[in-house]
Structure formats: C-alpha cells, structure tokens
Design a binder for this molecule. Structure first.
Ligand SMILES: Cc1cc2nc3c(=O)[nH]c(=O)nc-3n(C[C@H](O)[C@H](O)[C@H](O)COP(=O)(O)OP(=O)(O)OC[C@H]3O[C@@H](n4cnc5c(N)ncnc54)[C@H](O)[C@@H]3O)c2cc1C
Length: 325
C-alpha cells in the first residue's frame, strides 16, 4: 500500500541496511518519521504538506536553526539499531534524550566479540589533551598489546563459556566480560536531540571510536533531512559562537556598509589592546583559530559497505558460545 507519509528516497535506499563500524559494530537506520517537510509543516502549524519550493523550505529550516527555534525539528524521529563496544556505549548513553532498549545479557547469551584497535589507533597518551591521543607508539608495544589482549580475552571467553555450560545464571556469567565486548541497542531520538549528540560526538575532542559511529549516523541524517543536516553543519558544527570581547575586536577591524563588509584601513590590535578588550592569550589563540577558513565536513555514507540484516544477524549469533555445537 502506498504511504501518505512524507518519505525521502535517499533514506529509503538505506533503510534496514547495516553499516559496519569498527571491527564488529554496526549502525542501521531501522525507521524514521518525517523529513525536512515536517520541520516546515510543524513550524507553520499547517494543515498539510505544502507545495512550497525546496528553496523556501531551505530558507525556513536555516532560519530556524540560526535562531535556535528548535521545537519544529523535534517532530522528526529516527530509530537505529547499533552495536558498539561497551566503553563506547558508556559514553553514548550519557545522552539522556533518547529512548533505548539494550540487548539483555541477563536473558540472552553474549556474542564473544571484542574490539581490537587497529595499528593507527594504538597511540600514546596526549601531552596536550588529558582525554586525547598522540601518535608515536612502537610496533613492538603494539604487538605485545595484541598478545596481552588475546590472552585476556581468551580467559574471559573461557570463563563465560564454562559458566554458561554449567548452567550458571547469565547475569552472573557475564560479570567479567571486558569493556571491549560488544553490546547493542535500539536507539530512538528526535532530530533536534540527535543533532546535539552529533555536534558532541563527531567533534575531534570525542573519543575516536564513538566518532566512527557518529559519522555514520550523520550520513544517515543527511539522507533523511538533507536541509536540516546542511543547516546543522553550517551553523552548529562548523559555525562558532563569538564572545563579547571577540566581537569587540572584530568591530575594530571591520566595518559594515550596505550589503558590504570592509577591513578598516590599516587597522590592527596588538597584544595590549587585545588584553584591554578582555581576551586572555589563550582566547586570542582560539579567536585566531576561529578565523581560519573552515573545512566543510561531508558525512556521505559508503553504500558499498552496507550489509543485510540477515548477514549481520548470522555473524552475531555465530559468536555466541555453543553456536557451533
Ligand atoms: C569530549 C567529551 C568528554 C567528556 N568527558 C566526560 C568526563 O570526563 N566525565 C563525564 O562524566 N562525562 C563526560 N562527558 C559527557 C558529557 O559531560 C555529557 O554528559 C554528555 O556529552 C551528554 O551531553 P548532554 O548532557 O548535553 O546531552 P543530553 O543528555 O542528550 O542532553 C541534551 C540537553 O538536554 C538538557 N538536559 C538533559 N538532561 C538534563 C538535566 N538533568 N538537567 C539539565 N539539563 C538537561 C541539556 O541542555 C543537555 O545539553 C564528555 C563528553 C564529551 C563530548
């Protein structure tokens, strides 16, 4: 039966398809409700889907985002099926505005799959950022880490499989499975809250492993609500808020005219003047960084990586203890 709901052909193309993330994880867009048209429809509290041009919808969607009029974007919903290592899930679940149902390791057997970082992700503790990484580990340390991970994981798998074989309750058998083990959940969230999640989790300050998932989800948003996605990239993700002192500095350098902005002749501010305007040396460095021409990220999905639900489900069930007996 043909639907009366607004759909997006680009979203329909990937609906129910599984996109791999890390070595054993995935993200699938299971369902969605609404598109950019619904943002417009809610904003106008209109009686039906209009016949307005895409350019008019785009203008409205961008205006709403620029001015933080966010409730119309709460009318669009996304439902995902995701599998991620437990340490990623622990960061992810801090976002409280989603509805979640997680795989129950009390009820079901855990797939014995563990995240193994690739060589390029095996990095040193950053000296600049307490929560970050710096390149520079040796191959020997990486090889030794792999060996240690293997033996720890073998022991964890053996313990779990043995207890399950002895009919020990699954809720007890699981307690020593490491944070690298994969869990999974259904995750439903509206567009407004999803864009907030993405702003924090595609950011380079987020742990690389959760960025991998966020980038796939951003690619899915691009297919469901491309105009909202574009406005989010322009105003939230790449756009930067300006402080009072930063605006004062800019107003002393630039002058606005009728549809024109010019540099004030010979204008410049030295360190004392920047300090006088209220900027600390760190804020000056941050302002200079803000003034660089920004790159425009693109989270286009690689469709060649999309897998079927059957294929992914088979891999997961084969990793459950006893599945080969
Ligand atoms: C790079 C990075 C490093 C982090 N490091 C740490 C860390 O070291 N330790 C740690 O504990 N966490 C850490 N976090 C988690 C972070 O503090 C937030 O808990 C997480 O990002 C969720 O953000 P949120 O609360 O804005 O999102 P959501 O929970 O999705 O909430 C969305 C918005 O709803 C509103 N909201 C929701 N619930 C409430 C509430 N109860 N009261 C008021 N407003 C509410 C807020 O405006 C909030 O921004 C880190 C996050 C990032 C991205």
């Amino acid at each position: 039966m043909e639907t009366k709901r607004p759909t997006s052909p680009a979203a329909e193309e990937i609906l129910g398809g599984y996109f791999p993330a890390l070595d054993h994880g995935f993200v699938a867009l299971v369902d969605y409700m609404g598109t950019d048209d619904d943002v417009e429809r809610a904003a106008r509290v209109s009686y039906g889907y209009g016949t307005r041009k895409v350019s008019a919808t785009r203008g409205l969607v961008r205006y709403l985002r620029r001015h933080r009029h966010t409730t119309p974007s709460e009318m669009v919903e996304f439902k995902f099926h995701c599998a991620m290592p437990m340490f990623v899930a622990r960061q992810w679940i801090r976002h409280r505005t989603a509805s979640i149902n997680e795989y129950s390791a009390r009820y079901s057997l855990m797939p014995l799959l563990y995240y193994m970082p690739e060589r390029e992700q095996f990095a040193l503790q950053s000296t600049q950022n307490q929560q970050g990484r710096d390149a520079g580990t040796s191959d020997a340390v990486y090889a030794e880490a792999i060996e240690r991970w293997r033996s720890l994981r073998e022991a964890a798998s053996d313990g779990y499989t043995w207890m399950v074989g002895e009919d020990v309750a699954r809720e007890i058998a699981r307690i020593d499975l490491p944070l690298s083990t994969y869990t999974q959940w259904y995750w439903k969230i509206n567009l407004h809250n999803l864009l907030h999640f993405l702003s924090l989790r595609v950011d380079p300050h987020a742990q690389w492993e959760i960025q991998v998932f966020a980038e796939i989800i951003a690619g899915m948003v691009k297919r469901v609500a491309p105009l909202s996605y574009e406005a989010w990239v322009d105003y939230d993700l790449v756009g930067q808020p300006m402080s009072r002192a930063e605006l004062e500095v800019l107003s002393r350098l630039l002058v606005g005219g009728e549809q024109q902005i010019s540099a004030r002749d010979g204008a410049s501010l030295d360190a004392d003047q920047l300090k006088e305007a209220g900027l600390s040396p760190r804020e000056v460095r941050e302002l200079i960084a803000k003034l660089q021409a920004p790159a425009r990220p693109d989270f286009e999905l690689d469709l060649s990586k999309m897998k079927s639900a059957e294929e992914v489900g088979k891999t997961m069930s084969e990793a459950v203890p006893g599945s080969f007996e």
